[in-house]
Ligand binder design. Sequence first.
Ligand code: ZN
Ligand code: ZN
Length: 582
Amino acid sequence: MSRYFVLLTLPLLWLSCGSKSDEPCVTDACFKTFCDSLVEDMLRFHPDWAASQGRYEYAGQLVIPNAERRAEEVAFCDKWLDSLRTFNPDSLSIESRVDWILIENRLESSKWYITEFKSHEWDPSGYNVAGSIDLLLTGSFAPLNERLEILSKKLEHIPDYYTAAKENIADATQEHTALAIKQNSKAPEFLQTIVDSAQAAGWSGPKLEKLDSLVAGASRAVTGYVDWLKTDILPNAKRGFRIGPELFAKKFELDLMGSYTPDALYQRALDEKDEIHTEMLRITQELWPVYFGERLENVTLQSVKTLIGEISKQHVHRDSFLVAIENQLKDLEAFVRENDLLYLDPAKPLIVRPTPKYARGVAGAGIDAPGPFEKGRNTYYNVTPLDEMSDEAAESMLREYNHYQLQILNIHEAIPGHYTQLVYSNNSPSLIKSLFGNGTMVEGWACYTEKMMLEEGYGHDVPEMWLIYYKWRLRILCNTLLDIGLHTKNLTEEDARRMLIEEAFQEQAQVDEKINRAKVTSVQLCSYYMGLTEIYDLREECRSLQGDSFSLKAWHEKFLSYGSAPVKLIRELMLSELGQPL
Ligand code: ZN
Ligand code: ZN
């Protein structure tokens, strides 16, 4: 109790911070102290989130998602918003000002999710303990013995957790209920691995029995939840999955922090889809004789698809997937340097490695960067080897990541995409940006670099590279059309399917997965296109303002120097440095 009291008084403590009068201290230094106190309080208040960021001291707690907790969370946000607003963002340094805006967004957003979005009432898949248990089971922050002790504490509360979940669900959707059943059904088997680990760690006798009974209790709770969803909820789940234009627009604003409204972004994506199709038809006309030996009179989207299928046959052998990526990274690095695109810090190498077993699941490749509380750890480029795949699955994967697509993937994930952006953002260390950085800017940057590299001549400007790039670009753009269409425009599943297959050249399995994802999530699928569009437009705006003095290298370095801030804020800062009125 006393601990809670002390933490509650923290906002008052920084307010006095050494000043003689009663006036609160609103300097940059005091703001930084404020940020540190806020982050510590948030880590305490959200144990699972803290653990996911590399802070494990609260990891034994399990937050019970009941009404009382939600009220506490709203009060938590209000308290910190009040404190935040004693600072005037306009009188802080640029770096602090960005932090101020990110904090305000985060707190307002948390409140909105509870009071307006209310997914705790209609999304049964929001209740799942597997992720936080997995962090404890596989994490390397403490010896297994210690982690199992922490886990035991957590297991005790799992029955209360699912009791609260049942009380919350009032009006579920079919889609989220089905997802909850699918995901939670795997939990008992997964929970059993805790006992297996304990045995492997030498636990025995009463200690092991105690753990075993905790696991059994937790398993019963999850199974009870799944059964209840199947019998009581699923047959009566009548709420539609579409969140509707009002909720979508607000979520769009809070999650993405972009400069477009959903309708404006939708229209832009529609227009661009037409432009890309025109380009793809032109390239297909040009390449057709090279691949099929004859001129094509009537080029259609179907011919584009046929040609893409032919080009996709150019891919590396399954055994050299990892080596091919390693070699490409060297090429990308050399290209960025030779063409003066931006400075790459040679002291921060990226290590390519096979994805560790515990992190496998989705095929492909991705950056695994250290969290803000695990400084000093290496940054890895995880590549899932294809050796566990059947010949058929490997072939399909290799066609997807064909010779051209693989290069685009490496640009996006590594150089000069995510990995490079990360190195820059770590150069201006801000805990707030590491924790609450703007995902739209981060994804937008990675997508922006794909086109930028091609424009600068990477891949020798061959038409195949552009054709495959456009297919990729259609995927980004159709994600936006699908998401906004399904949630706000009554787009039917049939029309969505037709768009993805006929106009974006996707495969059936990929399409099913994507439509399902778009139904159970909202807004996130728009982040790539929003960020990409905003960054590209800002670059062109600066180029036309600066004329001959514009330098692409200087622009990239400047843009990245603000850290993972929302693009519209970076725009404001960059234009004001150029002396432009807004
Ligand atoms: Zn093949
Ligand atoms: Zn990405």
